[in-house]
Ligand binder design. Structure first.
Ligand code: IPM
Ligand code: MG
Length: 365
């Protein structure tokens, strides 16, 4: 089959990890007889440097024309402005919203080879296999008003707004229920309904929808208790639904279970559908300016994101599994980037890690 993929490498380590994702998918193409047409554009700081704005309509249109988007990481200190939001950081939320990618799936299934790489006990890590379904185009990330008010009485004042319509809440929760139905039929809905109106609406909506999914067992948990559960008994979790900011925070915490943020992939979808669907695929980590240009960072989160792309946007399940298996085999052989390095293992760079995984895909062993 043939696919058109928009590639937005972004800034700092973004291009480095995306290059390895492309390398691995090209190995898939060769082995299984597919064709991937990679269509590059810029976003974030790279777009500011080239065009003066962090996200152009042309880049959004390119994404819309393609079967999927592969994204690296955008933003960084080069584009900081004192007392203001860094404009390079605004591109990604805008793009997600422009493409209506409201359902962000973050997959937490530690590689068996990395059970000892986490600061959490290995027997706990081995029990982990869950997916966060994070709302991605609403909430406090987008709510108006938002501002720093310079001349407020008593000094400067900042305001942000958390806002959700019932419809936004419902479509995200429906995605989570549908996913739970395909897995263990358990859904954990996270909120802060003891404090926030947005969460009261969220909890009511989840409870109402549960009647339409009688085969799925729904539980509710406050976000503070959920943060603790993630470290104390993550093996009890399966599908987790949560709003945008909670999902941002808890997904970085959950990455501890994988051994590193560099191991956590994601898929941003316009909901779940039975067949192939458009989507944006990206590692959950940022642009890591400190490591950029050193050929040091871990490309595995990006490579695992391409496996999600093969599954959701290309309908290539065997190929997706081939990528995941190749990652596990290379880790089992003892190769590590710095972030997952353990005693007795062999430390390698970004490009070598990508090449070893591509080779494992190509040869099947
Ligand atoms: C993420 C990132 C983004 C977010 C940033 C880069 C805007 O942290 O994907 O988790 O907050 O959503
Ligand atoms: Mg984040």
């Amino acid at each position: 089959m043939e696919f058109n993929i928009a590639v937005l490498p972004g800034d700092y380590i973004g291009p480095e990890v995306v290059a390895e994702g492309v390398k691995v998918v090209d190995a898939v193409a060769k082995r299984y007889g597919h064709r991937f047409n990679w269509q590059y554009d810029v976003i974030g700081g790279a777009s500011i440097d080239k065009y003066g704005v962090p996200l152009r309509q042309e880049a959004i249109d390119l994404c819309r024309k393609c079967d999927a988007v592969l994204f690296g990481a955008a933003g960084g200190p080069k584009w900081d402005r004192p007392g203001k939001r860094n404009p390079s950081d605004t591109a990604l939320p805008k793009l997600r919203r422009a493409l209506d990618l409201y359902a962000n799936l973050r997959v937490f299934k530690p590689s068996p080879a990395l059970a000892n790489a986490s600061t959490v006990k290995p027997e706990v890590v081995r029990s982990v296999d869950f997916i966060m379904v994070r709302e991605l185009t609403g909430g406090i990330y987008f709510g108006e008003p938002r501002a720093i008010i310079e001349d407020a009485p008593g000094g400067r004042r900042a305001v942000n707004t958390m806002t959700y319509t019932e419809a936004e809440t419902e479509r995200l929760l429906r995605t989570a229920f549908a996913l739970a139905r395909k897995r263990s039929k358990r859904l954990l809905s996270i909120d802060k309904a003891n404090v926030l109106e947005c969460s009261v609406l969220w909890r009511q909506t989840a409870t109402r929808l549960a009647q339409e999914y009688p085969d799925v067992e729904l539980r509710h948990m406050y976000v503070d208790a959920a943060a603790m559960t993630l470290m104390r008994s993550p093996g009890s979790l399966d599908v987790i639904a949560l709003e945008n900011l909670f999902g941002d925070i808890l997904s970085d915490e959950a990455a501890v279970l994988l051994g590193s943020l560099g191991m956590a992939p994601s898929a941003s979808l316009p909901g779940l559908s039975e067949g192939r669907t458009f989507g944006l695929y990206e590692p959950i980590h940022g642009s890591d300016p400190a490591q950029a240009g050193k050929d040091a960072d871990n490309p595995i989160a990006t490579i695992l994101s391409t496996a999600l792309m093969l599954h959701y946007s290309c309908g290539l399940d065997a190929e997706a599994r081939a990528v995941e298996d190749a990652v596990n085999r290379v880790l089992e052989r003892g190769y590590r980037t710095w972030d997952i390095m353990e005693k007795g293992k062999r430390q390698i760079g970004t490009r070598e890690m990508g090449s070893l995984i591509a080779e494992a895909v190509a040869t099947g062993n």
